[in-house]
Structure formats: structure tokens, C-alpha cells
Design a protein around this ligand. Structure first.
Ligand SMILES: [Zn+2]
Length: 166
């Protein structure tokens, strides 16, 4: 899936949305899930490619309405990729699910994005929140402390697009 955003494109490799889709909270009891997004900037232009994703791990705290990324294996996975590829890959942001059809970020979510921005000392993050019907994508600019909605996409459209690629 490729999203055009301003003067750049963001490509989500197929596996990214396939992984997220496994955790959509369509069952009444299913808990929130989440992880981190890892990618790289394309040489020659500012296009981004999101290539790797982490999935919920044992030490994460999960409930119906909350996902807390507590397991350090998420960042360990990123550090390993970073070191093995001479710093080509960067931390791009977070993903998590919401038990609502049309996802909207919560106060807790935006605070978390701000906290990450402080830890990273600036930068731009991309966040995915996967609802039951739609997936929403936001940009967080940690320098300007500004959240911008990039788009929301219907799961049906995403799955159809993946089918045609296969
Ligand atoms: Zn949330």
C-alpha cells in the first residue's frame, strides 16, 4: 500500500498490514495489540518505506481498551536491525488497535507520542491505529508538537489491494 502525503510517498510493505489485520478487535473479548514500525528513507527522494513491524510480546500490558508496550524486545529487535544494516533502518512510529470501527487517537495516545518525541529529541513519527472497519494513520511532528491526520482507509480496500498484488 502506498500513500501520497504532501510531496512524499509512504509505502507500507504488504506484511505490515497483514500482521496488523490479525489483531483487529472484531471479537467482543479481544484485547488491544500493538508494536513498533521500522523503515527507511528512500535514497534520492524523501519517500519512506515501512518494512518491519513488531507484534505484541509477553511483557506488554494488554486489555480491551489499552495497550502498553512494556516488553523491551520491541526495541531490541529495532536495535539489532539497525546494527546489522549500518544504520539504514530507523524507528518510524507505533501501531496499535482500537475496539472501535473508526479509530481516533485518545489523549493517552497523543501523550505517548509526545513522550516518544522527547525521548528521540525531535523528529517525525508515523502512527497507525487499526479500528475494526478502518485504519487511521497520523503524523506526529515532535519539533512543532503537531499531530496531523494523514488518511483513513477502509480495511476492505486494503485487503482488495493486497489480493491484486498477489
Ligand atoms: Zn489508542
Amino acid at each position: 500500500m502506498v500513500i501520497e502525503y504532501g510531496d512524499k510517498k509512504i509505502k507500507f510493505c504488504n506484511n505490515i498490514l497483514q500482521v496488523i489485520q490479525k489483531y483487529v478487535q472484531s471479537e467482543r473479548k479481544s484485547c488491544e495489540a500493538g508494536g513498533i514500525l521500522i523503515g527507511r528513507e528512500n535514497c534520492g527522494n524523501s519517500n519512506l518505506i515501512i518494512e518491519f513491524i513488531t507484534e505484541p510480546m509477553t511483557a506488554d500490558q494488554r486489555s480491551r481498551n489499552r495497550f502498553l508496550r512494556k516488553d523491551k524486545s520491541h526495541l531490541d529487535f529495532f536495535k539489532k536491525l539497525y546494527e546489522e544494516n549500518e544504520g539504514v533502518y530507523g524507528y518510524m512510529g507505533e501501531w496499535h488497535t482500537h475496539p472501535e470501527n473508526i479509530p481516533q487517537y485518545s489523549f493517552i495516545d497523543s501523550n505517548n507520542w509526545k513522550k516518544i518525541g522527547k525521548e528521540m529529541k525531535g523528529g517525525i513519527q508515523y502512527h497507525i491505529i487499526a479500528g475494526i472497519q478502518e485504519v487511521g494513520i497520523w503524523e506526529y511532528n515532535a519539533v512543532q508538537k503537531r499531530i496531523t491526520k494523514i488518511c483513513s482507509i477502509d480495511w476492505k480496500g486494503i485487503l482488495k489491494e493486497n489480493e491484486t498484488i498477489i
